[in-house]
Design a protein around this ligand. Structure first.
Ligand code: HSE
Length: 433
């Protein structure tokens, strides 16, 4: 039997995911070789500083990651630097030098993926990014390959592990936002700039990639409407619970006629829905498709080892020279068809509205009148007990489906009432029926 040459891997960036990738390829080398029919060898590591505690085996180490991207003795460049500047350059150079590229960089794919994918396709190399969405969950392959016979109508789910970890700890243990965020950083879940995790940017990047795969449209970075979790209070998480809901930070991409909804925001979900029970760093992505129906992919959405598992899957696909379609977004870049995106204001949903009002006779009727006069129908209204010493009382209202434009207009009118404070929470509710 002819011996196939080893596949030579250059790893750029040795943070949590980079190091975990090298460790898997070293520790599981026999298993990987058996599955690929050839050895997969890390031959070059690009690390901008020294890490005396890291073991890169026999790999050459360069301070300049561009040396890895240009190295003639590297077949696959694994970009795990993050960010959209140096990482972008590394990927371009690697592709131009005829190398396959594997990355976990969702920001880069969401922002510059159209050009990079076109370049990779024209150069006849693979560009793989399984690890860019939902860490260890094989969602890219599932949508692109396993569901290739389906028309997908919706992808929706929890796609940021840090945000889910924070919400779970706040809701279940009453812990403070900042304290849990620090823990998520220490555990290697959070982005280098954790603002991206909590303001919805990271989830929006992942949604852009999922929507493109699901609907055969080009990557559209400006498409998602975006709200983060920073404004959520333990009080609102608690009220939602007492009403039979959980608050999750969701990314939703849904076909509606010839257009799509693309949105990332905190959402109340009925507690009996599977998504409501996905806690901690777990991610979960629900896919609705015509042939298969509905499925839910659940798993660790962040963390070095789980994300490296996806990086290695891409490397192994390349080593086997099968398993990927050859088209990173499922169809050739030139055949992707843009889809109009429905503006946030037009998207209809049920709503959770929490107000704080002066406890005076007639205030409830003033509020309900402002809603009713706009045709907004109340599903339930609960007055909560005020905290000791407070003159104001919280009121929680669940509202039947209306578009955001109407809801915002009503909310302005409600807050303009003398008895209503400006501290308001307005959160979409999704029943997924
Ligand atoms: N910071 C990301 C998260 C890592 O928390 O989900 C995985 O993309």
């Amino acid at each position: 039997m002819t011996e196939i040459e080893p596949l030579r891997i250059g790893v750029c960036g040795v943070g949590t995911v980079g190091l975990a990738t090298i460790n898997i390829l070293q520790n599981q080398s026999s298993l990987v070789a058996a599955r690929c029919g050839r050895e997969v060898r890390v031959t070059h590591v690009g690390a901008r500083r020294d890490h005396p505690d890291h073991n890169y085996g026999d790999a050459k180490v360069s301070r300049d990651v561009m040396d890895v991207a240009r190295d003639p003795d590297v077949d696959v460049v694994v970009e795990l630097i993050g960010g959209t500047t140096v990482a972008h350059e590394v990927m371009k150079i690697a592709i131009e030098h005829g190398k396959h590229v594997v990355t976990a960089n969702k920001a880069l794919i969401a922002e510059h993926g159209n050009q990079l994918i076109a370049l990779a396709e024209a150069s006849g190399v693979q560009l793989c990014f399984e690890a860019a969405v939902a860490g260890g969950i094989p969602v890219i392959k599932s949508v692109r390959e396993a569901l290739a016979g389906n028309a997908v109508s919706e992808v929706a789910g929890i796609i940021n592990g840090t945000a889910n970890f924070i919400l779970t700890e706040m809701s279940n243990k009453g812990r403070a936002f900042e304290e849990v965020l620090l823990e998520a950083q220490a555990l290697g879940y959070a982005e280098a700039d954790p603002t991206f995790d909590v303001d919805g940017t990271d989830a929006a990047h992942k949604l852009v990639i999922l929507a493109s795969l699901a609907f055969g449209a080009p990557l559209s970075i400006d498409a998602p409407a975006k709200q983060g979790i920073q404004a959520l209070t333990p009080e609102d998480l608690d009220y939602a619970k007492t009403l039979g809901y959980r608050v999750k930070h969701l990314g939703i991409a849904r076909r509606a006629g010839g257009r799509i909804e693309m949105r990332v925001h905190p959402t109340l979900i009925p507690e009996d829905k599977q998504l409501a029970g996905i806690d901690g760093v777990l991610n979960a992505i629900m896919v609705k498709a015509d042939a298969v129906g509905e499925l839910l992919l659940v798993g660790p959405g962040a963390g070095g080892s789980a994300t490296a598992s996806s990086v290695c899957a891409d490397i192994i696909d390349i080593a086997r020279d099968h398993g990927v379609t050859g088209y990173p977004l499922g169809i050739p870049a030139g055949d992707l068809t843009p889809l109009p995106v429905i503006p946030w204001e037009e998207i209809s949903s049920e709503w959770y509205l929490r107000l704080r009002v002066t406890d005076r006779p007639g205030v409830m009727s003033d509020i309900t009148q402002k809603l009713a006069s706009r045709g907004i129908s109340i599903e339930s209204l609960v007055q909560k007990a005020s905290k000791e010493g407070d003159t104001d009382v919280p009121i929680v209202i669940l509202i039947h489906a209306v578009p955001a434009s109407l809801m915002n207009d009503a909310m302005k009118a409600v807050v303009a009432l003398d008895e209503v404070q400006s501290d308001v929470a307005l959160i979409r509710v999704e029943s997924f029926d």
